[in-house]
Design a protein around this ligand. Structure first.
Ligand SMILES: NC(=O)c1ccc[n+]([C@@H]2O[C@H](COP(=O)([O-])OP(=O)(O)OC[C@H]3O[C@@H](n4cnc5c(N)ncnc54)[C@H](OP(=O)(O)O)[C@@H]3O)[C@@H](O)[C@H]2O)c1
Length: 306
Protein backbone atom coordinates (compact mmCIF):
# COMPACT_ATOMS: atom_id res chain seq x y z
CA UNK A 1 0.00 0.00 0.00
CA UNK A 2 3.02 2.31 -0.27
CA UNK A 3 2.03 5.52 -2.08
CA UNK A 4 -1.68 4.85 -1.57
CA UNK A 5 -4.03 7.09 0.42
CA UNK A 6 -6.79 5.48 2.49
CA UNK A 7 -9.58 7.23 4.41
CA UNK A 8 -11.42 5.39 7.18
CA UNK A 9 -14.47 6.93 8.86
CA UNK A 10 -14.96 6.36 12.59
CA UNK A 11 -11.37 5.18 13.00
CA UNK A 12 -10.76 6.39 16.56
CA UNK A 13 -11.93 3.14 18.17
CA UNK A 14 -12.97 -0.42 17.41
CA UNK A 15 -12.89 -1.96 13.96
CA UNK A 16 -12.02 1.35 12.29
CA UNK A 17 -8.91 1.87 14.42
CA UNK A 18 -7.72 -1.69 13.81
CA UNK A 19 -8.35 -1.23 10.08
CA UNK A 20 -6.18 1.89 10.25
CA UNK A 21 -3.40 -0.02 12.04
CA UNK A 22 -3.54 -2.78 9.43
CA UNK A 23 -3.43 -0.46 6.42
CA UNK A 24 -0.80 1.84 7.94
CA UNK A 25 1.34 -1.25 8.63
CA UNK A 26 1.07 -2.05 4.91
CA UNK A 27 2.52 1.42 4.21
CA UNK A 28 -0.57 3.45 3.24
CA UNK A 29 -1.00 7.12 4.00
CA UNK A 30 -3.79 6.63 6.51
CA UNK A 31 -6.46 9.22 7.24
CA UNK A 32 -8.76 8.87 10.24
CA UNK A 33 -12.03 10.76 9.62
CA UNK A 34 -13.56 11.19 13.08
CA UNK A 35 -15.97 13.41 14.99
CA UNK A 36 -14.07 13.67 18.30
CA UNK A 37 -10.69 15.30 17.63
CA UNK A 38 -9.23 14.49 21.05
CA UNK A 39 -10.02 10.78 20.73
CA UNK A 40 -8.92 10.83 17.09
CA UNK A 41 -5.53 12.38 17.86
CA UNK A 42 -4.88 9.77 20.55
CA UNK A 43 -5.91 7.04 18.10
CA UNK A 44 -3.63 8.45 15.37
CA UNK A 45 -0.68 8.39 17.79
CA UNK A 46 -1.49 4.78 18.65
CA UNK A 47 -1.81 3.84 14.96
CA UNK A 48 1.57 5.45 14.27
CA UNK A 49 3.34 3.65 17.09
CA UNK A 50 1.76 0.23 16.41
CA UNK A 51 2.27 0.40 12.63
CA UNK A 52 5.67 2.11 12.59
CA UNK A 53 4.18 4.47 9.97
CA UNK A 54 4.19 8.21 10.74
CA UNK A 55 2.05 9.03 7.70
CA UNK A 56 -1.18 8.93 9.73
CA UNK A 57 -3.56 11.90 9.86
CA UNK A 58 -6.85 13.07 11.34
CA UNK A 59 -9.64 14.88 9.51
CA UNK A 60 -12.77 16.11 11.33
CA UNK A 61 -15.98 14.36 10.27
CA UNK A 62 -19.37 14.34 11.93
CA UNK A 63 -21.65 12.24 9.76
CA UNK A 64 -24.64 13.66 11.62
CA UNK A 65 -23.97 17.05 10.02
CA UNK A 66 -23.80 17.24 6.23
CA UNK A 67 -21.90 20.54 6.43
CA UNK A 68 -19.17 18.68 8.34
CA UNK A 69 -19.24 15.95 5.68
CA UNK A 70 -18.80 18.57 2.98
CA UNK A 71 -15.86 20.15 4.84
CA UNK A 72 -14.29 16.73 5.41
CA UNK A 73 -14.40 15.89 1.69
CA UNK A 74 -12.93 19.30 0.82
CA UNK A 75 -10.10 18.84 3.34
CA UNK A 76 -9.27 15.41 1.94
CA UNK A 77 -9.23 16.76 -1.62
CA UNK A 78 -7.04 19.70 -0.65
CA UNK A 79 -4.61 17.69 1.49
CA UNK A 80 -3.88 14.68 -0.69
CA UNK A 81 -3.59 14.41 -4.44
CA UNK A 82 -5.19 10.99 -4.61
CA UNK A 83 -7.62 8.66 -2.85
CA UNK A 84 -7.18 4.93 -3.33
CA UNK A 85 -9.45 3.48 -0.66
CA UNK A 86 -12.47 4.85 1.19
CA UNK A 87 -13.69 2.71 4.10
CA UNK A 88 -17.16 3.83 5.21
CA UNK A 89 -16.81 2.31 8.65
CA UNK A 90 -18.44 4.64 11.20
CA UNK A 91 -21.80 3.63 12.54
CA UNK A 92 -23.96 3.10 15.53
CA UNK A 93 -27.20 1.79 16.97
CA UNK A 94 -29.30 4.03 19.17
CA UNK A 95 -32.08 2.88 21.48
CA UNK A 96 -33.75 6.26 21.45
CA UNK A 97 -34.68 8.15 18.31
CA UNK A 98 -32.84 11.37 17.62
CA UNK A 99 -32.09 13.40 14.53
CA UNK A 100 -29.08 14.72 12.66
CA UNK A 101 -28.40 18.45 12.25
CA UNK A 102 -30.42 18.45 9.02
CA UNK A 103 -33.32 16.61 10.66
CA UNK A 104 -32.84 13.02 9.45
CA UNK A 105 -33.27 10.12 11.85
CA UNK A 106 -29.79 9.52 13.27
CA UNK A 107 -29.24 5.84 12.37
CA UNK A 108 -30.29 6.33 8.76
CA UNK A 109 -28.60 9.74 8.64
CA UNK A 110 -25.22 8.67 10.04
CA UNK A 111 -24.90 5.05 8.89
CA UNK A 112 -26.28 5.59 5.39
CA UNK A 113 -26.97 9.16 4.25
CA UNK A 114 -23.76 10.73 5.58
CA UNK A 115 -21.66 8.05 3.89
CA UNK A 116 -23.68 8.30 0.68
CA UNK A 117 -22.95 12.04 0.57
CA UNK A 118 -19.28 11.69 1.54
CA UNK A 119 -18.72 9.06 -1.14
CA UNK A 120 -20.45 11.16 -3.77
CA UNK A 121 -18.20 14.11 -2.99
CA UNK A 122 -15.04 11.98 -3.18
CA UNK A 123 -16.04 10.02 -6.24
CA UNK A 124 -14.20 12.06 -8.84
CA UNK A 125 -11.02 11.78 -6.77
CA UNK A 126 -11.46 8.00 -6.47
CA UNK A 127 -11.99 7.67 -10.22
CA UNK A 128 -8.93 9.83 -10.88
CA UNK A 129 -6.89 7.52 -8.62
CA UNK A 130 -8.05 4.34 -10.39
CA UNK A 131 -7.92 1.53 -9.57
CA UNK A 132 -9.61 2.55 -6.32
CA UNK A 133 -11.87 0.81 -3.82
CA UNK A 134 -14.85 1.70 -1.62
CA UNK A 135 -15.73 -0.54 1.33
CA UNK A 136 -19.03 -0.14 3.19
CA UNK A 137 -19.52 -1.63 6.65
CA UNK A 138 -22.79 -3.52 6.63
CA UNK A 139 -23.71 -6.27 9.08
CA UNK A 140 -25.18 -9.76 9.25
CA UNK A 141 -27.92 -7.86 11.09
CA UNK A 142 -29.20 -6.65 7.71
CA UNK A 143 -31.02 -10.00 7.51
CA UNK A 144 -33.27 -8.73 10.32
CA UNK A 145 -34.64 -6.03 8.02
CA UNK A 146 -37.38 -8.41 6.97
CA UNK A 147 -39.57 -6.77 4.38
CA UNK A 148 -36.76 -4.45 3.30
CA UNK A 149 -36.59 -0.67 3.63
CA UNK A 150 -39.61 1.02 5.14
CA UNK A 151 -40.20 3.33 2.21
CA UNK A 152 -43.21 5.09 3.69
CA UNK A 153 -41.26 6.01 6.84
CA UNK A 154 -37.51 6.13 6.12
CA UNK A 155 -37.08 8.52 9.07
CA UNK A 156 -38.85 6.11 11.47
CA UNK A 157 -41.20 8.82 12.67
CA UNK A 158 -44.19 6.51 12.94
CA UNK A 159 -42.42 3.76 14.89
CA UNK A 160 -38.87 3.55 16.20
CA UNK A 161 -37.08 0.51 17.58
CA UNK A 162 -33.27 0.72 17.69
CA UNK A 163 -32.34 -2.71 16.41
CA UNK A 164 -34.72 -2.84 13.45
CA UNK A 165 -33.80 0.69 12.42
CA UNK A 166 -30.12 -0.32 12.63
CA UNK A 167 -30.83 -3.47 10.58
CA UNK A 168 -32.41 -1.35 7.86
CA UNK A 169 -29.43 1.02 7.85
CA UNK A 170 -27.16 -1.97 7.28
CA UNK A 171 -29.45 -3.20 4.52
CA UNK A 172 -29.10 0.31 3.07
CA UNK A 173 -25.31 -0.15 3.14
CA UNK A 174 -25.63 -3.15 0.80
CA UNK A 175 -28.20 -1.50 -1.46
CA UNK A 176 -25.91 1.55 -1.70
CA UNK A 177 -22.95 -0.72 -2.44
CA UNK A 178 -24.82 -2.38 -5.28
CA UNK A 179 -26.13 0.94 -6.62
CA UNK A 180 -22.69 2.51 -6.72
CA UNK A 181 -21.06 -0.60 -8.16
CA UNK A 182 -23.59 -0.54 -11.01
CA UNK A 183 -22.63 2.99 -11.91
CA UNK A 184 -18.88 2.56 -11.88
CA UNK A 185 -16.45 0.74 -14.12
CA UNK A 186 -14.88 -1.93 -11.87
CA UNK A 187 -11.56 -1.33 -13.60
CA UNK A 188 -11.71 2.16 -12.07
CA UNK A 189 -13.49 1.80 -8.74
CA UNK A 190 -14.80 -1.32 -7.01
CA UNK A 191 -17.43 -1.15 -4.26
CA UNK A 192 -18.06 -3.89 -1.71
CA UNK A 193 -19.95 -4.32 1.55
CA UNK A 194 -18.79 -6.41 4.49
CA UNK A 195 -19.93 -7.98 7.74
CA UNK A 196 -16.99 -7.76 10.18
CA UNK A 197 -18.24 -10.50 12.53
CA UNK A 198 -19.67 -10.06 16.03
CA UNK A 199 -16.95 -7.81 17.38
CA UNK A 200 -16.01 -6.76 20.93
CA UNK A 201 -15.56 -3.09 20.03
CA UNK A 202 -16.90 0.14 21.50
CA UNK A 203 -20.22 -0.66 19.80
CA UNK A 204 -23.09 0.15 22.16
CA UNK A 205 -20.75 0.67 25.11
CA UNK A 206 -21.16 4.44 25.39
CA UNK A 207 -24.71 4.49 26.69
CA UNK A 208 -26.34 4.66 23.26
CA UNK A 209 -27.90 1.24 23.74
CA UNK A 210 -30.26 1.04 26.69
CA UNK A 211 -32.69 -1.50 28.14
CA UNK A 212 -32.76 -5.10 26.97
CA UNK A 213 -30.62 -4.43 23.87
CA UNK A 214 -27.95 -2.76 26.00
CA UNK A 215 -27.95 -5.66 28.47
CA UNK A 216 -27.82 -8.22 25.65
CA UNK A 217 -24.95 -6.35 24.00
CA UNK A 218 -22.90 -6.55 27.23
CA UNK A 219 -23.83 -10.20 27.82
CA UNK A 220 -22.48 -11.41 24.46
CA UNK A 221 -19.15 -9.52 24.70
CA UNK A 222 -17.10 -12.47 26.03
CA UNK A 223 -18.19 -14.52 23.00
CA UNK A 224 -17.29 -11.88 20.43
CA UNK A 225 -14.10 -11.64 18.38
CA UNK A 226 -11.51 -8.89 18.95
CA UNK A 227 -11.62 -5.63 17.00
CA UNK A 228 -8.35 -6.68 15.36
CA UNK A 229 -9.98 -9.88 14.05
CA UNK A 230 -13.06 -7.84 13.06
CA UNK A 231 -10.91 -5.57 10.88
CA UNK A 232 -9.55 -8.42 8.76
CA UNK A 233 -12.22 -8.36 6.07
CA UNK A 234 -11.97 -4.55 5.67
CA UNK A 235 -8.17 -4.78 5.38
CA UNK A 236 -8.45 -7.68 2.93
CA UNK A 237 -10.87 -5.82 0.64
CA UNK A 238 -8.82 -2.63 0.87
CA UNK A 239 -5.50 -4.22 -0.01
CA UNK A 240 -5.59 -7.74 -1.40
CA UNK A 241 -4.77 -8.10 -5.13
CA UNK A 242 -7.08 -11.14 -5.38
CA UNK A 243 -10.14 -8.83 -5.21
CA UNK A 244 -9.02 -6.54 -8.03
CA UNK A 245 -12.06 -5.80 -10.21
CA UNK A 246 -14.53 -7.57 -7.89
CA UNK A 247 -17.45 -5.29 -7.17
CA UNK A 248 -21.00 -5.18 -5.86
CA UNK A 249 -20.43 -7.99 -3.37
CA UNK A 250 -21.07 -8.69 0.32
CA UNK A 251 -18.15 -10.26 2.18
CA UNK A 252 -17.86 -12.15 5.44
CA UNK A 253 -14.55 -13.50 6.81
CA UNK A 254 -12.76 -12.45 3.61
CA UNK A 255 -15.14 -14.57 1.52
CA UNK A 256 -18.33 -13.85 -0.42
CA UNK A 257 -21.25 -13.89 2.01
CA UNK A 258 -24.97 -14.40 1.70
CA UNK A 259 -27.08 -11.29 1.13
CA UNK A 260 -30.69 -11.25 2.23
CA UNK A 261 -33.43 -11.31 -0.37
CA UNK A 262 -34.15 -7.64 0.40
CA UNK A 263 -30.51 -6.80 -0.34
CA UNK A 264 -30.70 -8.57 -3.71
CA UNK A 265 -33.77 -6.54 -4.75
CA UNK A 266 -32.70 -4.50 -7.80
CA UNK A 267 -35.70 -2.19 -7.58
CA UNK A 268 -34.77 -1.36 -3.96
CA UNK A 269 -31.22 -0.54 -5.06
CA UNK A 270 -32.50 2.12 -7.45
CA UNK A 271 -35.22 3.35 -5.12
CA UNK A 272 -32.77 3.93 -2.27
CA UNK A 273 -30.39 5.66 -4.66
CA UNK A 274 -33.09 8.05 -5.85
CA UNK A 275 -34.51 8.61 -2.35
CA UNK A 276 -31.03 9.38 -0.97
CA UNK A 277 -30.39 11.93 -3.70
CA UNK A 278 -33.82 13.46 -3.15
CA UNK A 279 -33.35 13.71 0.62
CA UNK A 280 -29.92 15.33 0.26
CA UNK A 281 -31.32 17.71 -2.33
CA UNK A 282 -34.22 18.64 -0.05
CA UNK A 283 -31.80 20.08 2.54
CA UNK A 284 -29.46 21.74 0.06
CA UNK A 285 -26.67 19.15 0.02
CA UNK A 286 -27.12 17.55 -3.37
CA UNK A 287 -23.96 16.11 -4.89
CA UNK A 288 -22.34 18.79 -7.07
CA UNK A 289 -22.60 18.94 -10.86
CA UNK A 290 -19.05 17.64 -11.17
CA UNK A 291 -20.17 14.37 -9.57
CA UNK A 292 -21.53 13.22 -12.91
CA UNK A 293 -21.35 9.55 -12.01
CA UNK A 294 -23.67 9.96 -9.04
CA UNK A 295 -26.22 11.50 -11.36
CA UNK A 296 -26.00 8.80 -13.95
CA UNK A 297 -29.03 6.55 -14.11
CA UNK A 298 -27.37 4.09 -16.49
CA UNK A 299 -26.52 0.79 -14.90
CA UNK A 300 -23.88 -1.72 -15.74
CA UNK A 301 -25.22 -5.15 -16.38
CA UNK A 302 -24.16 -7.71 -15.53
CA UNK A 303 -22.23 -6.49 -12.51
CA UNK A 304 -19.00 -8.34 -11.80
CA UNK A 305 -19.82 -9.76 -8.40
CA UNK A 306 -17.68 -11.23 -5.71
N1 LIG B 1 -19.19 -4.57 16.53
C1 LIG B 1 -19.89 -5.44 15.82
O1 LIG B 1 -20.18 -6.57 16.27
C2 LIG B 1 -20.36 -5.07 14.44
C3 LIG B 1 -21.08 -6.05 13.69
C4 LIG B 1 -21.52 -5.72 12.42
C5 LIG B 1 -21.24 -4.48 11.87
N2 LIG B 1 -20.55 -3.55 12.62
C6 LIG B 1 -20.28 -2.24 12.00
O2 LIG B 1 -18.91 -1.96 12.07
C7 LIG B 1 -18.72 -0.55 12.07
C8 LIG B 1 -17.72 -0.17 13.14
O3 LIG B 1 -18.32 -0.45 14.39
P1 LIG B 1 -17.50 -0.82 15.69
O4 LIG B 1 -17.98 -2.15 16.13
O5 LIG B 1 -16.06 -0.60 15.53
O6 LIG B 1 -18.16 0.24 16.71
P2 LIG B 1 -17.51 1.40 17.61
O7 LIG B 1 -16.31 0.87 18.32
O8 LIG B 1 -18.64 1.93 18.42
O9 LIG B 1 -17.04 2.48 16.53
C9 LIG B 1 -17.99 3.25 15.83
C10 LIG B 1 -17.30 4.46 15.25
O10 LIG B 1 -18.27 5.23 14.56
C11 LIG B 1 -18.11 6.57 14.95
N3 LIG B 1 -19.30 7.40 14.80
C12 LIG B 1 -20.51 7.25 15.35
N4 LIG B 1 -21.30 8.28 15.01
C13 LIG B 1 -20.57 9.10 14.22
C14 LIG B 1 -20.80 10.34 13.58
N5 LIG B 1 -21.96 11.00 13.71
N6 LIG B 1 -19.82 10.89 12.83
C15 LIG B 1 -18.63 10.27 12.71
N7 LIG B 1 -18.33 9.12 13.32
C16 LIG B 1 -19.30 8.54 14.07
C17 LIG B 1 -17.70 6.49 16.42
O11 LIG B 1 -17.17 7.72 16.88
P3 LIG B 1 -17.15 8.08 18.46
O12 LIG B 1 -16.04 7.29 19.07
O13 LIG B 1 -16.91 9.54 18.45
O14 LIG B 1 -18.50 7.69 19.00
C18 LIG B 1 -16.68 5.37 16.30
O15 LIG B 1 -15.46 5.89 15.84
C19 LIG B 1 -20.10 0.08 12.25
O16 LIG B 1 -20.58 0.53 11.00
C20 LIG B 1 -20.95 -1.09 12.73
O17 LIG B 1 -22.30 -0.95 12.36
C21 LIG B 1 -20.11 -3.83 13.89
Amino acid sequence: MNGKVVVITGANVGIGKETAVGLATLGATTVLACRNQEKASAAAAEVQSRSGNDDVHVVPLDLADLESVRRCAATIEQSWGRLDVLVNNAGGMWTERSTTRQGFEQTFGVNHLGHFYLTSLLLDRLVASAPARVINLSSFGHHAAVGGMRWNDLQSEGFYEGFTVYARSKLAAILFTRGLARRLDPRQVTVNAIHPGAVRSGFGMDGDMKGIIGIGNRFIRPFEISAKAGAKTSIFLASDPSVDGKTGGYWVRCRPGHMSRAARNDAAVERLWNESKRLLDSVGFAPGESQQLIGTAATRSPVSTA
